[in-house]
Design a protein around this ligand. Structure first.
Ligand code: FAD
Length: 508
């Protein structure tokens, strides 16, 4: 009796655990483009196109490799438009009685497979450097989970950037060499633009037809959709951008959407690239003297540290993680998150590039759109759905801990020990947005002040009971208490005014 082997749109790896025990001569691989997955949040058009085109290429690779693939196209008239529905339909068609899968990257789909009226074996997804079981082993019994200690453990375990028992260069972390603001540079590397093949051309027409109202602009579309294309993008990054990755990791520049970032997360998260391989290649650049240690360590920490850590947290914390709301934030997401129509230059820049590219780099997500969401007390569920929808690399296991945990502190302090709250001064230091902004970053309150300024204090005051005793935040409360009474009143009035305007859906 044949078995069905389920391969999801973010599982496009030839070494997927679902394939390990499968038998080419009798089993049937099921891949399906279904509307339920394309619409549970209004995904960016480029994200949908990337996933569908990469799925079609991967199905072709599997067939060439001798597998039988039952592939459902989005516009197939028999399409039931859900993963569960397609599994049941294919089981009937092929006389299959069971399903093998690699555990999906979100609780919703794991639950759906468990509830299916067919036996489904979910194998651990082995495409990560730290297994879920190993993470839980590390986390069990610790009072707090801190990325930095997890990361050191991972360095020791993999031997990456190690000099015997010691970290290469004597330190685990070179961030004090990083975090420089950047200046516009004519020679800034631009990410590889991949040509359309026939599959991409067809998928772009399909997405335009089937998802006419979804978020984001579809054209120009330049993502790679094959393993070879993703590998070319990887090689481009290692040669062109990695050496300066560290220096400008936290910088933002008007009009420079990519700086020295890798733009590899969309490929990594759907399985076209392998995280350990990326870390090893980055290390090799350092060993060969082509990239400095601060850049290579910084890059490796994002993958071996942050990426593995947030995945561990997501599965360790359980299915309710994405629904947490520790700070009881409940303001609706302002409409300008979907349109970019705001006068705040930094917000406009981050949102407009998100609409165009389905990409914004980490500091834009964390310190601009994320910081605003935190300070304004936006409802975590709505913010979570926004981040899940708008980025090509967004899958719940990685998006939710970053949103609910890192930016909103809605998990009560699991991903981070304190909120990343910041006033306009941070954005001024790390970017050139403030120069051309309608608002004045040097005005702390009153007419024309940068909204981040009064909202910053308002956030701290709203949560004084929770944060005042946090040793890393106590100083800010002392600064507030020493401030002139009149200035404090004006700051509070400005915040109240801004929040009222948000609630009334007025432009800010
Ligand atoms: P680079 O700057 O080149 O970084 C290298 C790699 O490190 C990335 O490709 C990524 O795989 C990894 N990485 C870096 N930071 C993180 C992090 N905090 N968590 C996990 N991996 C990290 N990343 C996603 O892959 N998917 C998401 O849905 C996602 N949502 C986010 C939401 C918010 C609110 C925030 C603050 C961050 C989010 N991130 C997400 C993390 C990070 O912003 C992106 O991984 C990064 O911007 C991707 O661009 P890049 O490939 O050019 O990254």
């Amino acid at each position: 009796v044949p078995r069905l082997i389920l391969i999801l749109g973010d599982q496009l790896s030839p070494d997927l655990s679902a394939l390990d025990s499968a038998d080419k001569s009798r089993d049937v691989i099921v891949m399906a483009e279904v509307r339920a997955e394309g619409t549970y949040v209004p995904h960016h058009a480029k994200k949908i196109a990337l996933i569908l085109a990469a799925m079609r290429h991967f199905a072709d690779d599997l067939r060439r490799d001798g597998w039988t693939v039952a592939y459902t196209a989005l516009d197939d008239p028999h399409n039931t438009h859900s993963i569960g529905g397609e599994l049941l339909r294919r089981a009937e068609e092929h006389g299959a009685e069971s399903v093998i899968a690699a555990a999906p990257g979100e609780w919703r789909l794991r639950q759906m497979l468990d509830d299916l009226p067919l036996p489904v074996r979910q194998h651990p997804d082995t495409r990560f450097i730290c297994s879920e079981a190993d993470f839980s082993g590390w986390a069990e019994g610790r009072k707090t989970l801190r990325m930095e200690y997890f990361y050191r453990e991972m360095r020791r375990k993999t031997g990456i950037l190690m000099d015997g028992d010691h970290p290469e260069g004597g330190k685990w972390n070179y961030d004090h060499d990083n975090r420089k603001p950047a200046r516009a540079d004519l020679f800034m590397p631009q990410p590889l633009h991949h040509q359309h093949d026939e599959v991409v051309t067809q998928v772009l027409a399909l997405v335009a037809r089937e998802y006419p109202k979804t978020f984001g602009t579809l054209h120009p579309f330049w993502f790679a959709t094959t393993r070879a294309g993703a590998e070319a993008a990887r090689d481009w990054f290692m040669a062109e951008a990695l050496p300066r990755f560290g220096d400008y990791q936290d910088a933002m520049l008007e009009g420079e959407k990519f700086l020295y970032h890798s733009i590899l997360s969309p490929y990594l998260n759907i399985g076209l690239l392998d995280p350990l391989d990326l870390c090893q290649r980055a290390e090799a650049e350092y060993r060969a003297g082509r990239a400095p240690l601060n850049a290579v360590e910084g890059y490796i920490r994002q993958i071996l540290g942050w990426r593995e850590f947030v995945r561990g947290v997501y599965f360790h914390e359980g299915p309710d993680y994405a629904a947490r709301n520790a700070l009881n934030a409940n303001r609706d997401l302002p409409w300008f998150y979907w349109s970019g129509e705001t006068d705040m230059a930094c917000m406009k820049s981050a949102i407009c590039q998100t609409i165009e590219e389905a990409y914004a780099h980490h500091i834009q997500r964390l310190m601009v759109t994320g910081n605003f969401a935190l300070l304004a007390g936006l409802d975590p569920q709505q913010v979570h759905e926004w981040y899940l929808a708008v980025y090509a690399d967004a899958f719940e296991w990685v998006e939710a801990p970053n949103t609910v945990g890192m930016i909103l502190f809605a998990d009560g302090g699991i991903v981070g020990s304190k909120p990343y709250a910041a006033s306009g001064a941070y954005i001024k230091r790390m970017s050139d947005h403030c120069k051309g902004c309608t608002y004045s970053v040097s005005r702390k309150s009153g007419e024309g002040c940068c909204p981040f300024n009064p909202l910053y204090w308002d956030f701290l005051l709203r949560h004084r009971d929770r944060f005042e005793r946090n040793p890393r935040m106590a100083q800010m409360y002392r600064t507030w208490d020493r401030m002139d009474e009149g200035k404090r009143d004006e700051s509070r009035a400005s915040a109240a005014d801004l929040l009222a305007r948000l609630d009334a859906a007025q432009r800010i």
